[in-house]
Design a protein around this ligand. Structure first.
Ligand SMILES: Cc1ncc(COP(=O)(O)O)c(C=O)c1O
Ligand SMILES: NCC(=O)CCC(=O)O
Length: 429
């Protein structure tokens, strides 16, 4: 496999782009080598500029749940493109997507569309503060909620890969109202409430995907929500990753919990830039123009993005792929575990439906500290061998792998063969 053209573009890109990437997550910092440049994608496959074809388990970090360029999505977007790109005024498509989203999440009477997951979360946090009149927010170590100042502490995703505890350029004042708790540890949440009277809410990835996949234990979320109710604080579910992926109604439907405010992104745009936050009526009444919490956007509710979202969610509802996700997901999980056993490689696999991660560690991974015990050198070797054998993975131990509903038996065979080669190479380290 050759990467000559990617290498050339990388060198060219370095001149006017930062690290030749537009998100540090796309840099190959922790796996070595340079980022691949992509030419096109269709269905389950992604092709780089050198013509190498891969089964894609990145899926644009989640959005491409139907696979790339699904014909219904393409059709919906093509139709919208013919009518205009952006109007700065309302369209019927916004109402349609809002209904699909609100119908899927029982705790959501109203929704506001924005352009990214980051925007969705920063607005949701502002809304929690506006509604409760309190300032402090608890987040969990290893959860990533986008790159707004106040939550860019103890965050996973790219910060975990780069071993950064936080970001430069975030003033102390911006994080003075942020408290950190441990995932799967309700006592660590309670400890904050014992100390502070002004906690507006707790934000959580209900199934964590940014420290690698980490699953909420037993009744963690249900108990967290019940406890927050006793404290008059809100539960903010950051379902940017899990919304419409864990289940049509997100992790909340699956785990039987109803958040006060829900953040969405990724899948709801079907590959176009969309984010959203929503809540029950009395909370959304705070948002301008109904209430005094300001939040706006030139391209918010963009008609092309709305068309991508409507087509994706309509097709997703029709396909109802969640049983298939469980089946394929468990097959891939077994492939990883059995192959690791065959080559005597220590491995833990965390999986929730169509999100999964292998960790190169012997012990279970239930929080960020345990996730960081994984041998990232082994992951780097594993990653490159998977690439060379035709499977496109996120270039980081701490990013979830995503499955699409388009995956076929043939794709699984490619994955199984690549895993065999990659595990064998890891075993020789
Ligand atoms: C859980 C979660 N929240 C928020 C974000 C931020 O979304 P975006 O990258 O669209 O700004 C992401 C992904 O990056 C995410 O995984
Ligand atoms: N886990 C990280 C993401 O989902 C987003 C990717 C990015 O920030 O580029």
């Amino acid at each position: 496999m050759k990467f000559k053209k990617s290498q050339k573009l990388y060198e060219k890109g370095l001149k006017n782009l930062v690290g030749a990437v537009n998100s540090p997550v796309r840099a190959f910092s922790s796996v070595g080598g340079n980022p691949l440049f992509i030419k096109k994608a269709k269905g389950t496959k992604i092709t780089d500029v050198d013509g190498n074809e891969y089964v894609d388990l990145v899926l644009s970090y989640g959005p491409m749940i139907l696979g790339h360029r699904h014909k219904k999505v393409q059709k919906g977007v093509d139709k919208a493109l013919k009518k205009g790109y952006s109007f700065g005024a309302s369209t019927e498509a916004e109402i349609k997507l809002a209904k699909i989203v609100c119908d899927a999440f029982p705790g959501m009477d109203k929704v506001r569309f924005v352009n990214s997951g980051t925007e969705a979360v920063l607005s949701a946090v502002r809304l929690a503060r506006a509604f409760t009149g309190k300032d402090k927010i608890i987040k969990f170590s290893g959860c990533y909620h986008g790159h707004q100042d106040s939550l860019l502490v103890a965050a996973g995703s790219g910060l975990a890969t780069l071993s950064m505890p936080g970001s430069k350029g975030v003033p102390e004042g911006a994080v003075k109202n942020t408290l950190i708790a441990n995932y799967n540890d309700l006592d660590s949440v309670k400890a904050h409430f014992k100390k502070h009277k002004d906690i507006a809410g707790v934000i959580i990835e209900p199934i964590a995907g940014n420290m690698g996949v980490v699953i909420p234990e037993n009744n963690f979320l249900v108990e967290l929500k019940a406890y927050l109710e006793t404290q008059g604080a809100l539960l903010i579910a950051d379902e940017v990753m899990t919304g419409f992926r864990s289940k049509f109604g997100g992790a909340q439907e699956l785990l039987g919990v109803e958040a006060d405010i829900t953040c969405l992104g990724k899948v709801i745009g079907g590959g176009f830039p969309v984010g959203a936050y929503g809540a029950r009526e009395e909370i959304m009444q705070e948002v301008a123009p109904l209430g005094g919490m300001y939040q706006a956007g030139t391209l918010s509710g963009n008609p092309i993005a709305m068309a991508g979202g409507i087509a994706t969610l309509t097709e997703l509802k029709k396909q109802d792929p969640y049983k298939k996700f469980e089946e394929i997901g468990s097959i891939i999980e077994v492939i990883l575990l059995e192959t690791a056993k065959k080559y005597n490689v220590a491995l833990t696999v965390n999986r929730f439906g169509s999100m999964l991660n292998p960790f190169f560690v012997n012990s279970e991974v239930t929080n960020f500290v345990e996730a960081q015990l994984s041998d990232t050198k082994k992951f780097a070797v594993f990653f490159w061998e998977m690439i060379k054998n035709g499977v496109f993975l996120p270039p980081s131990q701490f990013e979830a792998w995503f499955l699409s509903s388009a995956l076929s038996d043939k794709d699984i065979k490619i994955i199984a063969e690549a895993v065999d080669k990659a595990m064998e190479k890891v075993s020789k380290m």
